[in-house]
Design a protein around this ligand. Structure first.
Ligand SMILES: Cc1cc2nc3c(=O)[nH]c(=O)nc-3n(C[C@H](O)[C@H](O)[C@H](O)COP(=O)(O)OP(=O)(O)OC[C@H]3O[C@@H](n4cnc5c(N)ncnc54)[C@H](O)[C@@H]3O)c2cc1C
Ligand code: FES
Length: 292
């Protein structure tokens, strides 16, 4: 008897370079859990109609109620000061609720498909036994349930009424995609190399602890950030996935790629795919020490 293994990429966006990456846009969303002084926790889940929108709901944890409020979404890498998104959300919540304290706050990414529907089924340009479920947007609870049913039926060779609707093969192949993909595999080889004087970059960027910025120096782009202890970190801003330039995410202290959502730590380590290789670390040396 032949046994066929099946692989499902349930990794938010699939790793590597895939046609789907050209049809999914990464967005960042913000949420906070607050306690209220007057106990007026909403009973339902409510959304407003602002752009960007907000939503509110109540969550009880160990007998304690929290109002969860979220929103202030924006395309990844398109907001210079992501900390401001939390403060705007907080101001909005305080306008409508009697906030006692902010217990938790967090932000993360989601992926929006170009035509509004997730991609669930065979991963395009891969074998018949390789599947994907991605692009749920802000509706992960609903679409993950749909995906579980479709993928179960595809793997067990049953008909599913939704399989055509959500099929990733509804994407038209992009002409020249294979050579485009091959060219992009070389991105990581375009290295900055050499070393740079710490003092010159410090003067150029003038970063406070927690801040990051991409600077131009001696014809090279360098992604600089300063950690809470004051140490300067320098990496190449070129995303190792397909070569876009990363942007600093102040709130999460990470380098985020606006193209397909890869994220890296301040010292360039991959935090989330689709990238699988770290950003190149740029060597910094004190010019004074180097002369002596
Ligand atoms: C702030 C915020 C609020 C939201 N609120 C709601 C809401 O109220 N209701 C709703 O329905 N949706 C909501 N969403 C959307 C929802 O969270 C997403 O649509 C959903 O989580 C996507 O599910 P996923 O399984 O595709 O990816 P994820 O939930 O990101 O899961 C992917 C998993 O794969 C793992 N992984 C990744 N790469 C690899 C690898 N190479 N090897 C092994 N594991 C890997 C990751 O660690 C992760 O655990 C919200 C999103 C955000 C950001
Ligand atoms: S995630 Fe694709 S280029 Fe950065």
């Amino acid at each position: 008897m032949t046994l066929w293994a099946n692989l499902v990429y349930a990794t938010h966006t699939p790793p590597g370079i895939n046609l789907l990456h050209l049809r999914l846009a990464p967005w960042r969303s913000y949420a906070m859990a607050v306690t209220l002084t007057d106990g007026q926790y909403p009973e339902g889940l409510c959304y407003d109609m602002y752009d960007p929108y907000h939503y509110y709901r109540t969550q009880v944890v160990d007998g304690k109620s929290y109002l969860i409020a979220g929103g202030e979404d924006h395309k990844t890498g398109h907001e210079e000061n992501t900390e401001k998104c939390f403060r705007t959300l907080e101001a909005h919540v305080r306008k409508y609720f009697a906030v006692e304290s902010i217990a938790y706050q967090w932000s993360s990414q989601y992926f929006e498909p170009v035509d509004g529907l997730p991609y669930i089924g065979n991963l395009p340009m891969h074998g018949n036994n390789i599947y994907v479920a991605t692009g749920y947007g802000g509706n992960g609870m609903t679409y993950s349930t749909v995906a579980a049913g479709i993928l179960r039926d595809l793997i067990t060779k049953q008909e599913n009424v939704y399989q055509e609707l959500f099929s990733p093969s509804r994407i038209k192949p992009v002409a020249g995609f294979t050579s485009f993909m091959q060219n992009n595999l070389d991105v990581a080889k375009n290295l900055i190399g050499g070393w740079f004087a710490t003092e010159a970059l410090q003067d150029l960027a003038n970063l406070a602890p927690g801040e990051g910025q991409v600077v131009e120096y001696e014809g090279k782009s360098i992604a600089l950030s300063r950690d809470s202890e004051g140490a300067l970190h320098a990496v190449s801003p070129t995303c190792t996935h397909m070569g876009c330039h990363v942007a600093w995410n102040l709130a999460e202290q990470s380098w985020d790629c606006p193209c397909h959502g890869a994220r890296y730590s301040p010292d360039g380590k991959v935090l989330t795919g689709p990238a699988s290789a770290d950003l190149e670390v740029v060597s910094l040396r004190s010019a004074v020490e180097s002369k002596s």
